[in-house]
Design a protein around this ligand. Sequence first.
Ligand SMILES: [Zn+2]
Length: 129
Amino acid sequence: MKSTFRSLILAAFAAGLTSTVSAETPGKGTTIHLGSHKAGTQEEIQKLKKGDHYALVCMECESMTVKEAADDKEGEALCHDGGSVHCDSCKKKFTIKSSGPAGKGSTSKKVTYVNADGKPCMFVVPIKK
Ligand SMILES: [Zn+2]
């Protein structure tokens, strides 16, 4: 039985059916789909528009805060070099650093959130609908 179940799961993943059940944020009913992944470049973060949900993952306190973009500029603010982002959980402030390009063949800037020591401590995960 076990192996059958396992192969079913594998088949589901292989078929790209990753948007099944996962975490629900309290109150708002936002479903965080499996397969949402880190936005590490300016281009990806800027895609966040008003009403979009995203998660701020803080590695400092190992928490995840789900937020809703209040306006279209929020994505822009999240990759503004020299700006700052707060963690709602540990109340720490991180500095936004954009450097770039992110990698070979990419023209988009890489965005990181660093603590006072310059160590990357946070990342943004846009939540797919
Ligand atoms: Zn934190």
